[in-house]
Design a protein around this ligand. Structure first.
Ligand code: PA5
Length: 460
């Protein structure tokens, strides 16, 4: 089970200016977080509340068996999986596969477990060209993922990969495409129905950034050879933790850490796993936090400009980069470390040969020992500089604990949104940019915006 260590938030460790008086502050806020968690759960049968993510670990639509069967069949037919999606339609799969597939899967050729994943989550012509000129269409499966089924970036990539498959394979191309989209809405759904393309549905009550445990994430994760049942069992454990009293609940403790430090001027929150395998979890978290909690108005319509800025980091790498800023720059950050109990395979550092006696302190020690020593040292150094942090302790990087970590971070985000009184499930602030893009690209129905852009001298 993942637990949270809050000691490096306390004024005893970080000093009175930025530290918390943990006991009284917990006593005041914990009952409110208990009530917030209950209020969130109570709303989850209302489809419009977009709380379908809470039930996904229990596989309410019974899709896991179907996805596993599809993945088992795909295993012999394909070597490479190209995921076309953006935002919540790509980041979850990317995070889980990076954490759980063999770290050198790309070098293993066709012998390794699961398809090699290539994520196209941008309209970068060189990346698209690189894949189209390197992959073998006969051995490639394309998963187009778009809940709305209209997203320009994903649709452009789909048109490119679909044409590539059809040019190479003719009518067989349709067996190389699998779509994940809304059961009824959007442009993709009628297309897949008409062409007889295999499709999985995104539950309407699940938003993009909360969709990693829906077919949006589960399908590519299964195709990468990862155990869905264990992933979901771990996520269910986070649901249990969110229902437990504050003292036993890592999601509530994380929410408290964020709420209280933000009141003390921490406008930036850093997620810093000490693990390369968890690096992409930080990218996933950035979207989850930023799009959910960065809001102009609260639920009653009052202007609040809520939000703190999530910043991805990775230990130990960022100790030689951002940690300088964290220690000595503006005191505007709280760091959430993720500390891993044990690696799958530890490596012993060899005794140094003659002439390198100064490296003797490393010889015979294990890599993971060094990793965890660096995490503890960095947390302590931050405290010594008056900078608060807390640590999520994750026993291993396996499907269960990754599921628990992701669902726990979703709860943390939802709880902060609830306390701030905002809608954590919409994203009105990204719409205007989309509209101007349509206008610049000549899409029908956007003449007024096109004129506005012309007058302002904005060109594509
Ligand atoms: O969290 C969200 O809802 C967004 O980030 C979406 O995931 C993103 O915009 C992609 O949308 P779609 O899946 O409709 O293509």
């Amino acid at each position: 089970m993942i637990d949270a260590d809050l000691r490096n938030l306390s004024s005893d460790r970080v000093g009175p200016a930025t530290g918390l008086e943990l006991e009284p502050e917990i006593a005041a806020l914990a009952p409110l977080l208990d009530a917030d968690a209950q209020a969130i759960r109570d709303r989850r049968d209302d489809e419009a509340a977009m709380l379908g993510w809470i039930d996904l670990p229990h596989d309410p639509a019974g899709v896991v068996e179907e996805i596993d069967a599809y993945a088992a069949e795909a295993k012999g037919r394909f070597d490479d999986l190209v995921l076309l999606g953006i935002g919540g339609s790509a980041l979850g799969a990317s995070a889980v596969v990076s954490a759980l597939q063999h770290p050198a899967r790309a070098l293993q050729g066709t012998e390794g477990e699961g398809l090699r994943l290539h994520v196209v989550d941008n309209v970068d012509a060189d990346v698209v060209h690189g894949l189209l000129t390197t992959l073998d269409p006969r051995r490639t499966l394309v998963n187009v993922v778009s809940k709305s089924g209209t997203t320009a970036e994903t649709m452009a990539a789909f048109l490119a990969f679909d044409a590539w498959l059809r040019d190479a394979l003719g009518d067989d191309a349709r067996d190389h495409v699998v779509a994940t989209t809304d059961p009824a809405q959007g442009i993709l759904r009628p297309l897949v129905d008409r062409e007889g393309i295999r499709a999985f549905s995104v539950p309407p009550s699940v938003g993009g950034r909360f969709s990693v445990l829906s077919p949006v994430g589960l399908l590519p994760i299964a195709l990468a050879g990862i155990d869905l049942t264990a992933l979901l069992a771990g996520a269910a454990r986070a649901n249990d933790a969110a229902a437990r009293p504050f003292a036993e609940s890592a999601p509530k403790q994380g929410a408290l850490a964020q709420l209280l430090t933000s009141r003390r001027g921490a406008t930036i929150n850093v997620l810093m796993p000490y693990s390369t395998r968890l690096r992409r979890v930080s990218d996933w978290y950035v979207q989850l936090w930023a799009e959910s909690l960065g809001k102009r108005v609260d639920r009653r319509g009052a202007r609040v400009h809520a939000g703190t800025t999530p910043l991805p980091a990775v230990g130990t790498t960022d100790q030689h980069s951002q940690v300088q800023l964290f220690n000595e720059g503006p005191p505007d950050k709280v760091v959430c470390f993720v500390r891993v109990g044990a690696p799958d395979h530890d490596v012993t550092i060899p005794e140094p040969p003659g002439g390198l006696e100064k490296l003797g302190y490393l010889g015979g020690r294990r890599f993971h020992e060094l990793m965890n020593a660096e995490q503890a040292a960095t947390a302590h150094a931050l405290a010594a500089h008056g900078r608060p942090s807390y640590t999520l302790r994750m026993p291993r990087i396996d499907p269960e604990h990754v599921g628990e970590l992701l669902q726990g971070l979703m709860w943390q985000t939802a709880l902060v949104g609830e306390r701030w009184g905002i809608d954590a499930y919409d994203q009105p602030g990204v719409e205007l940019g989309k509209v101007y893009t349509y206008a610049l690209m000549g899409r029908e129905g956007f003449d007024e915006e096109r004129r506005e852009l012309e007058e302002a001298g904005v060109e594509a």
